[in-house]
Ligand binder design. Sequence first.
Ligand code: HMH
Length: 200
Amino acid sequence: MITSADLRHRHAEVWDAAVRHRFVDELWAGTVDDAVMARYLAQDALFLDAFVALLGAAVSSADEPGARMAVARQLGLVAGDEDDYFTRALARLDAAGPVEPLPPTAGFLTLMESARRSGEYATIMTVLLVAEWLYLDWADRPDPAPTDWLHAEWIELHRGPAFAAWVALLRTEVDRVGADEAVFARAVDLERAFFDAAYG
Ligand SMILES: Cc1ncc(CO)c(N)n1
């Protein structure tokens, strides 16, 4: 059975292009243009709603009590601290209005809805794994955090011991039940395209 480590290795080119994306460099430097940050976060608010639904599907489909509880705890953080960040960030950027999904967002919404509707724990967890592991990977730099909370909090939401433990849980679970490689590859492609789309 293919492991999460094998999958990341197999898709390293696109994975690394996302992790080293211009958006990530500018976020760390605190130099992301407000219009880029607004476009990115408005799209990510659409992503987040589908992501919460997908976390709910993982809670529902988990075949182990420990994993179900761990996913439920993370769902609470996303619906709590992370949603609060979005409310403050979008208000500050004057970007709280409704937006249409750009193509990478639409791709993610379709992928997540299809995983959710399948009810397949392995497929659901594969999508969650890419989304969370790739974000930990770019947020885990040793660099000093930027000073503006708009940039710093987006990094802090995706690093630290608790977030790393969540990603470790996702890897353990995907390695236990077996990844869906096509879904893994599609999600990595979409992550890179999602960063590109922030630049219009
Ligand atoms: C597009 C995207 N991928 C991953 C995450 C982290 O779950 C996020 N917030 N947005």
